[in-house]
Write a protein that binds this ligand. Structure first.
Ligand code: CP
Length: 303
C-alpha cells in the first residue's frame, strides 16, 4: 500500500506515467467512467478548501466511485477531542482511500502510519501540498511542453506558502532549472529550501521587485499572502498587497510566459489579467481534476 505525503514520493519516471495517464483521462474521460465503481473516497478536511476537496470529489465521481467525508473539523469528532490516529482507523473501515487536509504539519503522515487505506496529504499547515504540485507540474508539462530548461519566478508569500515549498522540491529534480524568488524581506523563502538548492547546485536569485525579473521568466507562479499563518493582523495588512500583477507589469513579460496561481486569489492578480492568454490559473484548476483522477487510480492499483 502506498500513500502520498510529498511530491518526492514518486520518482520522476513515475510522475511521467501519472501525467501521461492524466492527459489520457483528459482526452478520453469516458474510458475511465467506471474504473472506480464500488470504491469510496473519504475527504477529511480539517481546514477550509474549495479546489482541493471538490476536485478530489469530482475526480472520484468521474471515475464512477463514491465520496464521503467532512469539510470542517467542527463537524467531525475532532471537535470532541478525537485524535487523527483514531479517526483514520475508523475511516479505514468506511472507505478505500482518504484525502486529508490538516492545519498541523505532519498530521497526514501520522494518519498514514495508522491507516489501512492509502492516505493522500491534501495540504498540511505550511509544510507540503503535494497534489497541488502534481497539478502544477501537469499544467506546466501540458502547456509549456517540458519540465526542464525553465526559469521560474515564484512571487509573494514564499515563507508560508506550502504550494511553493512543494513545487520547488519537485522541480529541483529536473535539469536546467533556475529559480527567481520574488518576495518582501519578511516573506522570504525559508533557509532549509535555499540550503537544499545550494547543496544540489541549483541556481536561484532572491529579488524584491517583480518588474526587475519578469522579462526573463518562462513561468510566473503567483501566490497569496497566507493570512491564516500570520501571528498578527498588522503584519498581514502591511504585506497583503505588496504584489499586484496587472496588465502594466504583464506587458513586461514574454508573449509565451505562463502565469500560474494555485488559487484562491485575493488581490495579487488583477482581474484584467484573467483574459490574457498567458493567464492559465483556471486551466490549472481543471488539470487538478485530471491529475487527482490519475492519482486515485494509481494508489488504488487500478492503473
Ligand atoms: N489550491 C488550493 O489548495 O485551493 P483550496 O485551498 O481551495 O483547496
Amino acid at each position: 500500500m502506498r500513500h502520498l505525503m510529498s511530491p518526492l514520493d514518486f520518482t520522476t519516471g513515475e510522475l511521467d506515467k501519472l501525467f501521461d495517464l492524466a492527459n489520457d483521462m483528459e482526452k478520453h474521460m469516458e474510458r475511465y467512467a467506471h474504473i472506480c465503481e464500488g470504491k469510496k473516497l473519504a475527504t477529511c478536511f480539517y481546514e477550509p478548501s474549495t479546489r482541493t476537496r471538490l476536485s478530489f470529489e469530482a475526480a472520484m465521481l468521474n471515475l464512477g466511485g463514491q465520496v464521503i467525508g467532512f469539510s470542517d473539523a467542527a463537524s467531525s469528532s475532532a471537535s470532541k477531542g478525537e485524535s487523527v490516529s483514531d479517526t483514520i482507523r475508523v475511516i479505514s473501515c468506511y472507505a478505500d482511500i482518504c484525502a486529508m487536509r490538516h492545519p498541523k504539519e505532519g498530521a497526514p503522515m501520522v494518519a498514514a502510519q495508522r491507516s489501512s487505506i492509502p492516505v493522500i496529504n491534501a495540504g498540511d499547515g505550511g509544510h507540503q501540498h503535494p497534489t497541488q504540485t502534481l497539478t502544477d507540474l501537469l499544467t506546466i508539462r501540458s502547456l509549456q511542453g517540458r519540465l526542464s530548461g525553465l526559469t521560474i519566478g515564484l512571487c509573494g508569500d514564499l515563507k508560508f506558502g506550502r504550494t511553493v515549498h512543494s513545487l520547488i522540491h519537485a522541480l529541483s529534480r529536473y535539469d536546467d532549472i533556475h529559480f527567481i524568488f520574488i518576495s518582501p524581506e519578511e516573506l522570504r523563502i525559508p533557509d532549509y529550501i535555499t540550503d537544499m538548492l545550494k547543496a544540489k547546485g541549483i541556481p536561484y536569485e532572491e529579488v524584491i521587485r517583480l518588474e526587475e525579473r519578469i522579462p526573463s521568466l518562462d513561468l510566473l507562479y503567483m501566490t497569496r499572502v497566507q493570512r491564516e499563518r500570520f501571528f498578527n493582523e498588522e503584519d498581514y495588512v502591511r504585506l497583503k498587497d505588496f504584489y499586484i500583477l496587472d496588465m502594466a507589469k504583464l506587458s513586461l513579460a514574454r508573449e509565451d510566459m505562463l502565469v500560474l496561481h494555485p488559487l484562491p486569489r485575493v488581490n495579487e492578480i488583477s482581474v484584467e489579467v484573467d483574459d490574457d492568454p498567458r493567464a492559465v490559473y483556471f486551466k490549472q484548476a481543471q488539470y487538478g481534476v485530471y491529475v487527482r483522477m490519475a492519482l486515485i487510480c494509481t494508489l488504488l492499483g487500478l492503473a
